[in-house]
Design a protein around this ligand. Sequence first.
Ligand code: AMP
Ligand code: GLY
Length: 422
Amino acid sequence: MRILILGSGGREHTFAWKIKKSSSCSALFVAPGNAGTAEIGTNLEADVNNFPAIKKIVKENAIDLVLVGPEAPLVNGIVDYFEQDPELKQVVIIGPNKVSAQLEGSKAFAKAFMVKNDIPTASYETFTKETLSKGKAYLAEHALPIVLKADGLAAGKGVLICEDYATADEEFDKMLNGKFGDASQKVVVEQFLSGIEFSVFVITDGKNYQILPVAKDYKRIGEGDTGPNTGGMGSISPVRFVDHELMTKVEKRIIQPTIAGLNKEGYAYKGFIFFGLINVKGDPYVIEYNCRMGDPETQVVLPRLQNDLVELLVATDQGGLDRVKIEVSDEAASTVILVSGGYPGPYEKGKAIYGIEAISDSLLFHAGTRISNGEIVTNGGRVIAVTSRARNYEDALNVSYKNAELIRFDGKYFRTDIGFDL
Ligand code: AMP
Ligand code: GLY
């Protein structure tokens, strides 16, 4: 099969690395990709949200299967676009359609879905400008801290945790007055849940599902999980506290009712579901759904997955996931993300990256990199994920940290405490 991956991050480089191992893959393309994907496939210039441009490269390169990495094209309806175009009908596209992708694209939609299907989540109400005064009364009665969420996609910045009423009131106003543009025309006001977060991934063909290895990511920029949120500074898999008992609760209380609920609504969800969960005294609650794989979780989940990913994707398309058995390596995996100085605030790009070729005992998944005059240079906030595998995640981390030192670029920063809280 001729396969196209959409996206340019560490998740997409990891998809490319895994797909390249499959004997079913005859040619691999990534659009737009990065310096890492250029080494194992062909990078194609295209904006993932420009569907006619994607169609053009699909036709020009006789693509058989498209795997969509990031959420934006899914939420914007790329799957519906493919299904409705007679010239693209025979191309397999992996990802949920527009209505199903609202599980990530609209927090109000996701919360209503969970309540309807009795899926444990924080209590909440949704407000708009029209219901502003009702919202303020709700805030005044709410226990602290108060979680405010922009309804739509806000580049990971749309969630505010307010420690006092004055801040909550002020931020609520700002959000409804366009703080996050259209994304905060609706605001979800939510109960704060206290516990440890973890990430569960499922691949579903709409009816059947398979559970992938569990992971935990580290979202904040600073040591001890402090400072602003980032796209993710590191991850580990497996996660020790997510034992058989907790996973059984996750499957019964969350995964099964989610799949059943999607079916009941007739949403025909095909692709990955990422359950962002929190363990509240032994009981799992949903913090959020994502309609794609996680980044940087993919960088530890796929290196542990022993199945042929292309076979899994084809089974997803054909409704055959009941016949698949997921095989997971006993080895643990850890990843440490090297970021540009200043990230998640402003940072400089174009810094030469040294030391990559000397590393043989870690997998280096590129994120913000590109090739400039034959040299690999930085091209984003998150630059490279250093993934290692070993008998436990601590040993894997030691290898990642040794190699994180060996890769050099101006302004490099990484957290040195990934996994230490467990
Ligand atoms: P989200 O964009 O929904 O993933 O939210 C970003 C982060 O905010 C989550 O990863 C949590 O750390 C935190 N968060 C979101 N909702 C809640 C909640 N109800 N209680 C506690 N923390 C939350
Ligand atoms: N690691 C969190 C995310 O991919 O959204």
